[in-house]
Design a protein. Sequence first.
Length: 228
Amino acid sequence: MAADCKNTIATFKDALLEFAEKPSDSNKIIIPKKNFGNIENLIKETFIERQKPKKAPNAFLLFKNHVRDSTNEDELKGRGALARIAKEKWDNMDDSEREPFAREYSTLKQRQDHELKDYYNYFGVTIEEIELVKKRQNTKISLNPDGTKKKRGRPRKNPDAVVVSKNKRAKKGRNSEPVEIESDSEETGFVSIEYEGNDYLWDKSTDEVFDENGNCVGRKTKNGIAKN
């Protein structure tokens, strides 16, 4: 594709039409087999050049970066030290102290929204259509195969359940087989997650989940977020 043509291409559809032809005896637009290689190159170039804009770091993540840059390296030694120190300081800050980071996040979020809109427009979709698809996907994930809503959290084994052993003697509670519980104790730090169309920050060391303003909204479970 010539360089001067690229400047006139507004969408991915326009780029595809550069390799299409419209026979005089038909109303259909076709892509000749000889242009298949050009189409493959176009897809590869688009994949490389049209990267989806990254999510803007929320106010707490911006503060966490500030803590990392302003704290002695010795204090940050150890797994999860930075996350723990940042969270303790953040929890003790009032709204006026958090405000600069919230303002910076707002600026970054506006820039991201603008870049995201341009990105989706190039492929011929709107942010509203993308959000609708995400909402449908989240609805499917939160439902059982029979359409009933999934219960949040892990099912717990009843400690008073009776277990019959090989010699037919009834055993209770402490004699039951141990329940295996998943643990993330070896994995600490913050991870961005998405739930029900919203972005959250998950503290893997405590399973606490925070919104974009740094407020704890609940705890992460196997099936989602158990909100406070």
